[in-house]
Design a protein around this ligand. Structure first.
Ligand code: TRP
Ligand code: ZN
Length: 877
């Protein structure tokens, strides 16, 4: 907790460690009162150090020191000094062994960082700086050590004792306790350490790598969940095969373990050989999990598995390099999911997420580069910028190099840096070397924050048969970065002829035309590209596949957007044209509720619904209107109520005009037979539920009944939750009855109850805040469980704009109260919640005042965490 203003850490101050730790052995004695941790560190001076202090400084927080010895000699009190953040040992030799014993209190650890208890089990979370809450250490990623871990615990309560690496030895002790030792042969930073102890069951499978290594695969869960692991296991095996085929990477230990825990701050953690997961990303059965859950599990399992090479074998030199592992690993998991399911739809989903959250972050007070240059609390920088924009930055390098050179680049990266802690510059250098090109300018994507904007103009010259595109780039200022240098931007373009086919593209001075998409490279503030032998005025298709994380401005007519929406050969661009058009219409409606909707718009939707040739999954994306919060981002001042009204009104208009077509689509896309989470079935269900969503805008008894029937049929959780969410928007006795029935049916399943909390928090009912307040007191709710907090409080504040931004400020007071309540328990989760007010300047003066008042109140509170302090103070700057 805070005494003074937290200090800022700067990238420019990086220095190599003065000491290295070659070998670590840890002995945990797990108890109900407390846990004793004995550690033996083999330390030596780092030959590459740039400075030489006489003293050794180790990290350590909330540790009760029991004993300390150097080279076997107990240390006198004068030889060391302990403070809140660590331990200084005076006058150490160049090479020595440090032994210590501490007592820690996992049972009281509500921050879920370090060693803590989740239900009846012990588990750890050490990234980024949690290991220092376990024992004294050089808790920084460029100190890589070999770990041996011995765990002693009561055998009945904790029959399963796990740590990283391979199991070495197991003994039963006389007092009902037992002891197991694990040895990890790979040097690793402390943030990848893990320990688990509990009464767990596992499912087992195996995988043989191309080099012939047999790997045991185990997923550990609490006994009641043993039947919900099959999908996670199948996903793991797919991910292992994919990484072998696509990147030539194979697994390197004899065993790969995944453990599911209910109390977890994020999605999952890639600890070497022992991944720890939020149970949300492991457990699934057709009755309890939605299509989205199945997809989430597949991608997070893959993400953590891929970290074994991109993160663990090669790790980050310092936390400013976080995107080295996260951006690259997200890019890898995105491509994996694209290969497993529907590639085009996956791209649309990823771009929607990026635009909704990362573009917003880039435009707000917390904007930071993919490689930040300072932080107060590193946990605050596990952001959509570092993860998702970081993935786009890797994707652009693959776009610029092409697939073969990109693969040579990653091969070179693994060869050059295996076993090391490196930087994003090191990664880019491998790409530059493999692609034989200079990527110096490209590196600005890592150092400059903000979303570049492209203003593009097109001009057709009928006499010379040329079409020229003039492109100007600029990037808005962000905190600390008033001026930006131009980026190197891959811009994928196509030109459509009047029938909607791709024209052959031939740039000046080129001999052979290319039909389809071309990757233009922008490097200057203003550039012109001239296409030759263009027989007619084309419609340009710009930023196909979202080839760069930028905003494009082009003066399309409504008719041109409808044309692209119907004909573009690039699925992403068809969707994007529909989004641009819908957005334009919606923003016009916000400005003037009486403005006319272009008739062609409804016809375009009708045509899309009825042409029968579009993949249902893509069609569902095309027909989804931009979200309220995304629309708000496009306005100079967010008009919360106006946006909600306009969007609801347009949905109702479309439902009224297209009632028959929507009903036909609803009926035609029923998925018969047993539930399968394959891409085709998922696509049909999403289209069908989208149609139902539109139809439920109508005050129509038949449709209500259709929705109730879908709920009662209970074929699968996707259809059940879609129906129940729509019903929960209304204040009817039937809705109340079904919500209660759902609770009764699922009260034993915490993950299903999370959905139940969320759909009530997202309800359009005017009394939703009161209902959320009441649900805080529900016996199934717990403020100490991050999934519950996200399901109820997070869903309300981030997904229910009209209610959260209620004009009376009630939503903001609610959030302020929750942040302060949470901060004493779990600063990481509290800090994610306080972010939801960071963009207060985007609203009208009255709302600004109310949000600001909450931020100021939070900041003034004594003992506020560093996590929350950083976000609240930077938001007010
Ligand atoms: N490295 C993890 C991932 O991306 C995420 C992570 C970072 C995390 N810090 C955490 C998970 C804290 C849980 C808690 O896969
Ligand atoms: Zn990750």
């Amino acid at each position: 907790m805070l005494r003074d203003t937290p200090s800022t850490v700067y990238l420019k101050d990086y220095q190599p460690p003065e000491f290295l730790i070659d070998q670590v052995s840890l002995q945990f004695d797990l108890g109900e009162e407390g846990t004793r941790v004995r550690s033996r560190l083999e330390l030596r001076r780092n030959p590459a150090a740039e400075s030489r202090s006489a003293d050794l400084r180790l990290h350590g927080e909330q540790l009760e020191l029991l004993s300390l010895a150097l080279d076997g000699e107990p240390l006198a009190p004068a030889a060391y000094a302990q403070d809140d953040e660590g331990l200084t040992i005076r006058q150490v030799p160049d090479r020595f062994v440090l032994e210590s014993e501490v007592r820690i209190l996992p049972q009281h650890n509500t921050a879920l960082e370090g060693l803590y208890k989740s239900g009846g089990m012990f588990c750890t979370q050490c990234e980024a700086e949690g290991f220092r809450k376990i024992t004294w250490f050089l808790d920084r990623p460029d100190v890589m050590s070999r770990f041996t871990t011995t765990i002693t615990a009561d055998k009945q309560r904790y029959p399963v004792l796990l740590s990283n690496g391979n199991p070495a030895e197991a003994v039963d002790l006389a007092d009902g306790r037992h002891r197991i030792t694990w040895a990890d042969p790979f040097p690793k930073p402390a943030y990848l350490f893990a320990l688990v102890a509990g009464d767990l069951r596992f499912i087992e499978d195996s995988h043989t790598t191309p080099s012939g290594r047999q790997v045991a695969l185990r997923i550990y869960v609490e006994p009641e969940n043993i039947n919900k692991c099959a999908h996670a296991m199948a996903s793991l095996k797919h991910a292992m095969r994919w990484d072998e085929q696509q990147y030539g990477r194979e697994y390197d230990l004899d065993i790969y373990m995944i453990v599911a825990v209910n109390d977890f701050n994020m999605g999952a953690m890639e600890n070497k050989g022992l991944n720890i997961f939020n149970s949300k990303y492991v457990l699934a059965s057709p009755a309890t999990a939605t299509d989205r859950d199945f997809q989430g599990i597949e991608s997070v399992i893959a993400h953590e598995y891929f970290h074994n090479w991109t993160g663990n074998r090669i790790t980050c030199r310092d936390w400013f390099q976080l995107s080295l592992k996260e951006g690259l690993t997200v890019f890898r998991d995105q491509e994996f999911s694209a290969d497993m399911g529907s590639r085009g739809v996956k791209r649309i989903e990823d771009v929607r997420l990026l635009r909704a959250h990362q573009f917003a972050e880039d435009a707000g007070p917390m904007a930071h580069p993919v490689r930040p240059d300072s932080y107060m609390e590193i946990n605050n920088f596990y952001t959509v910028t570092v993860y998702e924009k970081g993935a786009e930055v890797v994707r652009m390098q693959s776009n610029l190099l092409g697939p073969e050179a990109y693969r040579r680049g990653t091969d070179l990266y693994f060869e050059r840096f295996d076993g090391q802690a490196v930087t994003t510059d090191d990664f880019v250098q491998c790409m530059a070397d493999a692609g034989k090109r200079d990527l110096t300018q490209f590196k600005r994507w890592y150092s400059q924050a903000g979303t570049p904007e492209l203003n593009i103009r097109g001009e057709y010259d009928a006499v010379r048969q040329t079409y020229s595109l003039t492109v100007e780039q600029h990037c808005p200022a962000t905190p600390g970065q008033p001026d930006k240098a131009p980026f190197l931007i891959p811009l994928a373009v196509g030109l459509l002829d009047s029938k909607g086919a791709d024209l052959a593209l031939q740039l000046e001075d080129e001999s052979t035309p290319i039909r389809g998409t071309r990757m233009l490279e922008l490097s200057e503030r203003r550039q012109q590209f001239v296409f030759e032998q263009v027989p007619e005025t084309p419609v340009p298709s710009l930023l196909r596949g979202f080839s760069a994380p930028v905003k494009v401005h082009f003066d399309y007519s409504d008719a041109q957007l409808m044309f692209l929406m119907a004909h573009d050969s690039d699925g992403f661009s068809r969707w994007d044209a529909a989004q641009t058009l819908s957005q334009r219409i919606l923003l016009q409606l916000v400005a003037d509720p009486n403005s006319a909707v272009p008739t062609g718009f409804i016809d375009a939707f009708r045509q899309a619904l009825t042409d029968g040739s579009t993949d249902p999954a893509l069609l569902a994306e095309v027909l989804t209107l931009p979200s309220e919060s995304y629309l708000g981002d496009q306005m100079a001042e967010v008009d919360v109520a106006g946006i909600h009204q306009a969007r609801e009104w347009l949905k109702t208009l479309l439902a009224t005009e297209l009632r028959n077509e929507l009903l036909a689509v609803y009926r035609a896309n029923e998925v018969p037979g047993e539930y399968q989470p394959d891409a085709a079935s998922i696509g049909r269900r999403s289209l069908r539920n989208l149609a139902l969503g539109y139809l439920m805008q109508l005050d129509d008894e038949t449709i209500q009944q259709l929705c109730v029937e879908q709920y009662r049929a209970g074929h699968n959780m996707t259809d059940v939750i879609s129906a129940l969410s729509l019903l929960a928007d209304r204040d009817t006795p039937e809705a109340a009855e079904l919500l209660e029935a759902f609770y009764q049916q699922w009260q034993g399943d915490p993950l299903v109850l999370d959905k139940w909390f969320s759909l009530q928090a997202l309800s359009k009912r005017p009394d939703t805040l009161q209902r959320v307040q009441a649900l805080l007191k529900h016996p199934a709710f717990s403020i100490a469980n991050p999934n519950k907090v996200r399901a109820l409080i997070g869903a309300f504040c981030s997904g229910n704009a009209v209610r959260f931004h209620a004009a009376d400020g009630s939503g903001y007071r609610f959030l302020g109260d929750r942040v302060l309540e949470l901060d004493g328990l779990n600063p990481q989760v509290a800090s994610r919640m306080v972010r939801l007010m960071a963009r207060w300047q985007r609203y009208d003066p009255a709302r600004q005042q109310q949000m600001k008042a909450q931020l100021e109140r939070i900041l003034k509170t004594e003992g506020v965490s560093r996590d929350v302090f950083e976000i609240a103070s930077k938001s007010l700057e």
